[in-house]
Design a binder for this molecule. Structure first.
Ligand SMILES: *[C@@H]1O[C@H](CO)[C@@H](O)[C@H](O)[C@H]1NC(C)=O
Ligand SMILES: *[C@@H]1O[C@H](CO)[C@@H](O)[C@H](O)[C@H]1NC(C)=O
Ligand SMILES: *[C@@H]1O[C@H](CO)[C@@H](O)[C@H](O)[C@H]1NC(C)=O
Ligand SMILES: *[C@@H]1O[C@H](CO)[C@@H](O)[C@H](O)[C@H]1NC(C)=O
Ligand SMILES: *[C@@H]1O[C@H](CO)[C@@H](O)[C@H](O)[C@H]1NC(C)=O
Ligand SMILES: *[C@@H]1O[C@H](CO)[C@@H](O)[C@H](O)[C@H]1NC(C)=O
Ligand SMILES: CC(=O)N[C@H]1CO[C@H](CO)[C@@H](O)[C@@H]1O
Length: 668
């Protein structure tokens, strides 16, 4: 329990005289917010994309490879004595996919099986599949889903061969299993009759199988994970990731132009987390993700720095600046522009809107100090100038934060990525209070990752988001919301991890092939509560923080919202909250999240427990529109009034609480 508990003990002395915290919230006089406080980001880290939210079930479906990750038969196995090998044929399926699977059949019906990403979820639902075959075969292919433990077949379908010698012919099918599998230890197989094969073997490529996807998109996303994200009510999406954008080398960055178009034209890319990416989840799929959840895209463009620390020289930078401009033209240009026409030719005539572009990712980190110097000296400026000229309305974001030692030119914003201890987040609470209107910032990643007691990047990451850490995140977020005219928004990172393959352990959600293992972390519940109550205008409130931290504002419906969190107390904190413009009898809903006694408790995917307790009560205001309630140690609360406060109030600050020092929410 380390420091959190000792904190509790030493706070005892202070707490003995705990009188009510008096808050007085004015009815007006704050600032308009960016209206997009909570968002999401996605990084294909340890199979959160391929094998995660990207719903493809077949692993290594097109034998994609790179300098870093050589071609392999990973995830494939032979069925009934067939012989499998990966070949580079003179006539490949496409330039992008030069490798394919050669299958020499065994004596009876034989073929090959794929074990998915550590299994496959098999239910009675419609699976949509396809594969390419080269070689003459008359007969039927059988596609089937079966248990890897017992061999039981849950469903299969016969596909009449249309394959011929020397041509790649696509076969499409749908498969509805007759029975759901009891667990996810299943495989997908394609088998065929040796007798119908004319030239000794057949070649296969791009073997794909999708379960139903979110909003039924072809090449789409996993339903349960998208629903868990949608529930957060996010407003923006930082895409296409962080490190993933940068790439391992200056040759293997996430080239947006190689992630678009038919899957057979996508070569994939060497991922930065130890596996090859299919890029089936490409630029267009990210934009559809935004469309489906109504998210404002924050599109990050490659700024010429790779994770190995190498960067593009000033003399060589021009084509990359052009590529970034082309990317935005591809997304937003009308069909008469060069790249807008390419987009239309792929089936998307309607341009998307892009209002935010981030130049690079963490340019202060890789190859430091020279990589960062090159960003400050010319890389940022070249992109900034080019975008200011061609897309003056786009809000540009530099990848360092306004707290780093880079002068970020107005009107660009910065991006901060705090990965801190709980105490570190409390200390960062007032960080944004000192920013001017010109120092706009995004919180493009955040997470409590270490317990109090020091940051040690060589280890010491907590295995899961834990309750005490989540409360500290809430306090940090309250600090950001107090300044949500200057803080563009905040997103937890990473968002997802596959339980079968992970290194960075702290993530917002966890998943495996089996949807029953999808788990919302304690930090998810914080974002969920705060995201549901969106402040569109801050309201002044007296500032005297700790152990209760708070922010007040109005929603777009005019209701008043107050968010609070308690850290470092032993006795519950009585709160007396007077809202200007409200009267005795007015109603508000108070939602309080509390955790277990052990602040290190977490939501465990293997146990499917939830340590977060949510309590909702309806409160009635007493005299002068004052709501009274009590918040315990390590709790997070949101109060929202039932009606708009405008006009009806009599208090108007005349009460004795008007004497409370007003600092327009910007104390300290
Ligand atoms: C919480 O209390 C402990 C013990 O008094 C103290 O060391 C720590 O700094 C406090 N944390 C914060 C953020 O105030
Ligand atoms: C609104 O913004 C101004 C200028 O930055 C600041 O001084 C003031 O405290 C803010 N008010 C609130 C309620 O956030
Ligand atoms: C299937 O069984 C094989 C052999 O026991 C094992 O190596 C593989 O990981 C299993 N795959 C799945 C999806 O259960
Ligand atoms: C089967 O899959 C589940 C996940 O669905 C896993 O927990 C379990 O260990 C697997 N069983 C065997 C025998 O491999
Ligand atoms: C994609 O764009 C990059 C940068 O302009 C370029 O180097 C690469 O050749 C392009 N890829 C294709 C397939 O055109
Ligand atoms: C904040 O904005 C001011 C005004 O443009 C600028 O002088 C200052 O350098 C900015 N601070 C940071 C940390 O970027
Ligand atoms: C960075 C990375 O790839 N981390 C891990 C991903 O998962 C595999 C399998 O568990 C690990 O070996 C990697 O270290």
């Amino acid at each position: 329990m380390r420091l959190l508990q000792s904190a509790v003990v030493s706070a005892l002395a202070l707490a003995s005289s705990c009188s009510a915290v008096d808050l007085f919230v004015r009815g007006s006089g704050g600032n308009k917010t960016t209206k997009m406080m909570y968002g999401i980001m996605h990084e294909d880290i340890n199979n959160s994309g391929d094998g995660g939210i990207y719903a493809e079930l077949i692993q290594n479906r097109a034998f994609q490879a790179s300098e870093q990750f050589p071609v392999s038969l990973n995830a494939w196995s032979a069925v009934n004595g067939a012989k499998l090998s990966v070949k580079q044929l003179d006539k490949p399926l496409s330039v992008a996919l030069p490798n394919s699977l050669n299958v020499v059949p065994g004596s009876k019906k034989s073929g090959f099986a794929n074990e998915g990403y550590w299994g496959m979820d098999v239910k009675v639902q419609k699976y949509t599949g396809s594969f390419y075959v080269k070689g003459s075969y008359s007969g039927r292919f059988t596609a089937s889903l079966q248990s890897n433990l017992t061999g039981e077949t849950f469903g299969s379908v016969d596909i009449v061969s249309r394959s011929v010698a020397n041509e790649w012919v696509q076969h499409e099918f749908t498969l509805v299993p007759k029975k759901a599998a009891p667990n996810s230890n299943n495989t997908f197989a394609i088998t065929f009759d040796a007798s119908g094969v004319k030239q000794g073997s057949l070649d296969f490529n791009l073997i794909s199988l999708f379960p139903p996807t979110y909003k039924n998109r072809p090449n789409g996303l996993r339903i349960d994970l998208m629903e868990a994200i949608a529930e957060l009510n996010p407003k923006f999406f930082r895409l296409p990731g962080g490190n993933m954008l940068e790439g391992l080398t200056t040759k293997s960055w996430w080239k947006w132009n190689e992630t678009i178009g038919p899957l057979k034209d996508r070569p994939g890319v060497a991922g930065v987390w130890n596996y090859q990416l299919t890029t089936g989840l490409g630029l267009v799929e990210y934009m559809q993700w935004c469309d489906d959840l109504n998210l404002e895209p924050i599109v990050a463009i490659w700024s010429g720095l790779a994770l190995d620390g190498n960067f593009i020289s000033e003399a060589d930078l021009e084509p990359y600046v052009q590529s970034a401009l082309d990317e935005i033209e591809f997304l937003t240009g009308d069909v008469h522009t060069k790249w807008g026409a390419v987009r239309a030719s792929l089936g998307y005539p309607k341009p998307w809107k892009v209002n935010y572009v981030e130049i690079g990712n963490e340019d202060w980190l890789a190859g430091r100090p020279t990589g960062y110097d090159s960003y400050k000296q010319y890389r940022f400026k070249r992109f900034f100038d080019a975008f200011q000229k061609k897309y003056p309305k786009i809000q540009l974001i530099a990848s360092p934060s306004v707290f780093d030692d880079m002068v970020i030119p107005v009107p660009a914003a910065g991006d901060m990525h705090p990965y801190l201890t709980p105490d570190g987040f409390i200390e960062a609470f007032s960080k944004f209070d000192h920013l001017t209107k010109d120092n706009l910032t995004l919180i493009g990643e955040y997470a409590a990752v270490h317990p109090n007691g020091g940051i040690d990047w060589s280890g010491d990451l907590q295995p899961w988001p834990w309750w005490g850490g989540a409360v500290s995140e809430a306090i940090f977020l309250i600090g950001a919301e107090r300044n949500s005219d200057r803080v563009i928004g905040a997103t937890y990172a990473p968002g997802l991890r596959n339980l079968n393959r992970w290194q960075w352990s702290i993530t917002l959600m966890q998943h495996a092939a089996d949807p029953a293992l999808t788990t919302k972390s304690v930090s998810w519940y914080i974002m969920h509560l705060f995201g549901k109550h969106l402040i569109t205008e801050t309201l002044p409130v007296n500032a005297n923080f700790g152990p209760l931290y708070y922010v007040a504002g109005k929603s777009d419906k005019g209701t008043t919202i107050v968010k609070g969190a308690v850290y470092n107390t032993t006795v519950p904190v009585p709160v007396s909250l007077q809202l200007e413009g409200y009267d005795k009898g007015d109603k508000a809903t108070l939602t309080v999240l509390t955790g277990p006694a052990d602040p290190y408790a977490y939501n465990d995917p293997w146990k499917q427990n939830n340590v977060v307790k949510e309590t909702t009560t309806t409160l009635q205001a007493g005299k002068d529109g004052t709501f009274s309630f009590t918040l315990p140690q390590l709790s997070v609360a949101v109060l929202e009034t039932e009606r708009s406060g405008k006009g009806k109030g009599k208090g108007k600050g005349k009460s004795k609480r008007a004497k409370v020092r007003m600092v327009d929410g910007q104390g300290q």
